[in-house]
Write a protein that binds this ligand. Sequence first.
Ligand SMILES: Nc1ncnc2c1ncn2[C@@H]1O[C@H](COP(=O)(O)OP(=O)(O)OP(=O)(O)O)[C@@H](O)[C@H]1O
Ligand SMILES: [Mg+2]
Length: 260
Amino acid sequence: MIVLENVDFYIEGHHIIRDVSFAIDEGETVAIIGESGSGKSTLLKLILGLYTPTSGSVLIDGVDISKLNAKEIREVRKQIGMVFQDGALFDSLTVGENVGYYLMEHSNLKLADIEEEVVSMLDFVGLDPELRDSFPDELSGGMQRRVAIARALISTRPRIMMYDEPTTGLDPRMLARVSNIILKISEPRNVSQIIVTHQIADAFHMAKRFIMIDSGRIIFDGGGNKLLKSQNENIIKFLRPFNASLTRHYEMLEEVNNKR
Ligand SMILES: Nc1ncnc2c1ncn2[C@@H]1O[C@H](COP(=O)(O)OP(=O)(O)OP(=O)(O)O)[C@@H](O)[C@H]1O
Ligand SMILES: [Mg+2]
């Protein structure tokens, strides 16, 4: 579904992404982790076609997106739902208008049908449909994040969802809600998902595969167990603050999985 082949990327003479290769399957959820400034958001922008690799290629569904013209790339982007870190909602529009925005702009659906879609999407992300007449600044951060997910999901039912720091700054209850929505999206819908986060503990709720970036380079690609056992110095340093709680969390998960 998403393939990066030997991608290098420079901005203003700085080598930001170094020889990055990975493939993400249909229906797979992957967490991209790494220190601040390591290049995580840049990778998302390369996949969205907002940046073009200096060398190497990004393939979506087998198509090299750097070879597409502006119109073709917009078509590819329609398959991708992107949830930006701050939610990036339109402040002057209501929650309902935010969620329905894509359908109002890009579909011939009647207003009543759009309204129905909006209500079902709000319901899907666990928000009271009554909230559709509120404005984003009347909602908590976690609620805004969920509105942003609903808005991304409504656009042509994307086959790829990407989230930049979806759980950063949320309290544990909101964190659980947002991560459960992300889990719920992946399986039955067969959506490929990329979650960018430096909150490794949160990533363990949502993904089974982890790609760790360090100064633009992949230093790890694999499962959680292997990640926790890694002897790589940079990985050990990155995991240290989370390690105790993570190990406990991971044992708990294994127990749950074994009982299934
Ligand atoms: N437009 C730009 N111009 C110059 N440098 C940039 C630009 N965008 C990103 N960078 C640099 O590229 C590096 C990677 O940035 P990126 O935003 O991808 O990091 P990140 O891993 O997402 O960090 P964070 O966890 O803080 O969001 C940083 O050193 C940043 O300063
Ligand atoms: Mg970032």
